[in-house]
Design a protein around this ligand. Structure first.
Ligand code: ADE
Length: 249
């Protein structure tokens, strides 16, 4: 899959590309990542990429011509790519969107700065406008890296264990179960016995219970969205019986 990041700060992507799973995905050829400096497409001696807003007011607006030229160039290199603008007014990015984007041939990220882009670029060149959350960043670069990271994990072969992304939090509207590693005892807390039992059925069941508990405590909205599975209902009934026993005289 081919990623392009249109930015005036292409250096921001260097560290991102140089570590861990992203680096391995690049080295294996499963992905390519091309930071594109919008300034290279700007005209004039000063290669300005922004200008004052029509109608007055504070802040600057990204000029349309360099952006259009940079997008056209990226599209010529990957004609099937979707063009995605990172912006706080976009639709909220989530795990479902990450999985969907992983099926694309390419993504061209447009990283806005200043007050934003000339609206004619949004109208004429942008396929999707997405936000990574209800807060305002100083530019779209970090958001583009967040989105790329989440998408790359869903490209087959990029993670160590082939099925690891399927076990992620949110993949089935549940947060992930708790994890433990050695030592068995740490600061007076022990690893749950079942995880040392070697009984895979019981371990799976414990993990399902743990995931449900984590989700109910931290993100009850996810459970409200999906309802409980038959197996989860049994677990909740068991908890209810237990809680009932605590309050009954
Ligand atoms: N650019 C600035 N803020 C952003 C956000 N919350 N999400 C995506 N892009 C942004």
């Amino acid at each position: 899959m081919d990623f392009f990041a249109l930015t005036i700060f292409s250096g921001m992507f260097e560290t991102f590309a140089a570590h861990g799973i992203i680096r391995r995905a690049l080295e294996s050829g499963r992905i390519s990542m091309t930071p594109v400096n919008i300034r290279d497409y700007a005209a004039g001696r000063h290669r300005e990429t922004d200008d004052r807003p029509y109608g007055g007011g504070s802040g600057m607006v990204m000029k349309p011509e360099p952006l259009a030229a940079a997008i056209k160039d990226a599209r010529a290199r990957c004609p099937e790519a979707r063009t995605v603008l990172l912006s706080p007014r976009g639709t909220r990015f989530d795990q479902h969107a990450a999985r969907k984007y992983a099926g694309c041939k390419g993504l061209i990220f447009v990283c806005g700065r200043y007050e934003g882009l000339d609206e004619r670029i949004c109208d004429g060149y942008i396929d999707d406008e997405i936000s990574i959350g209800d807060y305002v960043l100083t530019g779209g670069e970090l958001a583009a890296m967040v989105v790329m990271d989440a998408v790359i994990r869903h490209i087959p072969g990029t993670l160590g264990a082939e099925d690891a992304a399927e076990c992620d939090s949110f993949s089935d509207q549940r947060l992930e179960h708790a994890h433990y590693t050695r030592p068995r005892f740490f600061e007076g807390r022990a690893v749950p016995d079942v995880l040392l039992s070697g009984n895979h059925r019981e371990i799976e069941h414990w993990r399902m219970e743990s995931a449900l508990l984590q989700t109910l405590i931290r993100r009850p909205d996810l459970v409200e969205n999906t309802g409980l599975t038959k197996q989860e209902k049994q677990v909740v009934k068991k908890w209810c019986r237990y809680l009932e026993s605590l309050v009954s005289e």
